[in-house]
Write a protein that binds this ligand. Sequence first.
Ligand code: PBG
Length: 328
Amino acid sequence: MKYPEVRLQRLKRNENLRTLFSEVRLDKKDFIAPLFVKEGTDKPHPISSMPGIMQHSLNSILDEVAEISAAGVSAILLFGIPQHKDSEGSASFHAEGIVQQAIRAIKHKYPAMTLIADCCLCEYTSHGHCGVMEKGGLNNDQTLKVLQKIALSYAAAGIDIIAPSGAMDGMVGAIRKTLDEHNFELLPIMSYAVKYASCFYGPFREAAGAGEVFTGNRKHHQMQPTQRREAMREVQLDIAEGADIVMVKPGMPYLDIIRDVREHFNVPVAAYQVSGEYAMLKAGAKAQLFDELCAFHECFISYKRAGTDLIISYYAKEMANYLNSTAR
Ligand code: PBG
């Protein structure tokens, strides 16, 4: 059958029909909101490259979690900005470190919120690299030992999910091993399994307070944008090492990879709408090139269509409020 018997317009004649026949839907429960918490401050600091996003204090982060929770988003991803950085990033695993304190404070006040913490050294090292440096570059295996300490300190503070993001070889296995040895065998790992060396992380440097110090690049451990087969190897290895959830990052330039991961593996998939994607959409909307909510909504739909289960986005709270206010 073809036209005129077939008319694709029949199912899109009004909003109700279009909603009824939507192939994918956005749900506020799809979202994870990343939050920055800064040591040694008592008020939030706006991040100029990411309009609307703050480096929070231990107090202001509680207010933000209240708003996120009221919007119906039930998971957050924590990043810490320490007051003192050193070459080993030792502030990352202190029991009284900023993330560890934030975990305890948020858990105490909002026990139903799922807390995920980024597990990497780049916010904590004086050189801004994701690991321990030696003459020839990053020392992968020494870095694993520090990542194990970070993971244990998060676990002791009461984290719900650990998210290693440093793209070190063997990082998931190393963290799984130490968690299991310390009776945290039920603590899940969300691995930044497919992490590209992307220029879209630009605004994050300011957000994480790494902008001033970092002059290198991460091409020795993160993936080149050209790699599709390698992405499958990364996921395969991380699952074999014990990853419970795998992430693709960034999202928008890598929708094909999200689709590949979805089709080849059967673990939950998360996609990260990174700082540069957020900043780009905000800038476009500010320049009145398009409507902000509509642009974010369309991008999130593309993530879902590509096959992701979860979306990590700085826009999570706004999108949840929008979804609450409409029948979408
Ligand atoms: C590493 C980490 C980065 C991001 C999340 N975790 C920076 C990097 O890998 O260079 C980037 C997130 C974003 O751009 O929004 N701790």
